[in-house]
Design a protein around this ligand. Structure first.
Ligand code: FMN
Length: 178
């Protein structure tokens, strides 16, 4: 699959086959995502792979709205994307480099997240990014440190559906020249 094909054919998958994902596959995807560009090469993305069914069920039952709980119940793996705080957007002396302050860490996380999803797609695996969850409860359950923030969840598994592509805006709406 070439890069443009991967970008355009990746879809958010919300229903997964009853087929396990091997640890080697998860590790290969995380390795690919480590090549995402980051602020001053700070590489602040971390991943918690929730493969234990009881842990996923607890998350689904207690920390997610029903529409995301159904996805997590279907997926064999739930990835919690975590960011190490206090690095992206900062100078060495601890001051912010730009007026975006530390929001660059979410920029970095987004690039890593999409790189993760594209790498999974290349391996025949489906993903959906989820941004709606009880952040405080999940951070405590995952045992995140004071210097970590939960940036997103990603469900991962073999697709059991072929979603149609939601409509995209045309280039004339997206681009202007100066
Ligand atoms: C930051 C972010 C948060 C999202 N949160 C959710 C979510 O909580 N639940 C869900 O089902 N999809 C979620 N999505 C998936 C989007 O709905 C999906 O990417 C969009 O509809 C375009 O579809 P496509 O990914 O198939 O191209 C999220 C996507 C992003 C980038």
């Amino acid at each position: 699959m070439n890069t443009l094909e991967a970008i355009t054919t990746r879809r958010s998958v919300r229903r997964f086959a009853d087929q396990p994902v091997e640890r080697e596959q998860i590790e290969a995807i995380v390795s690919a995502a480590s090549y995402a560009p980051t602020w001053k090469n700070t590489q602040t993305a971390r991943y918690v792979a929730v493969t234990d069914p009881d842990a996923r069920e607890k998350i689904a039952a207690e920390m997610l709205p029903s529409f995301n709980a159904a996805i997590v119940r279907s997926a064999p793996v739930l990835i919690a994307m975590v960011t190490q705080t206090g690095r992206s957007g900062y100078e060495r002396d601890g001051s912010f480099t730009t007026k975006k302050e530390d929001r660059w860490q979410y920029f970095d996380a987004g690039i890593a997240c999409q790189t993760f999803c594209l790498a999974a797609h290349e391996m025949g695996l489906g993903t959906v990014i989820m941004g709606i969850y009880d952040e405080d409860k999940l951070a405590a359950f995952l045992g995140l440190g004071e210097d970590q923030v939960l940036t997103a969840l990603i469900a991962l598994g073999y697709p059991d559906e072929t979603p149609v592509c939601p409509k995209r805006k045309g280039v004339s709406d997206l681009l202007r020249y100066l």
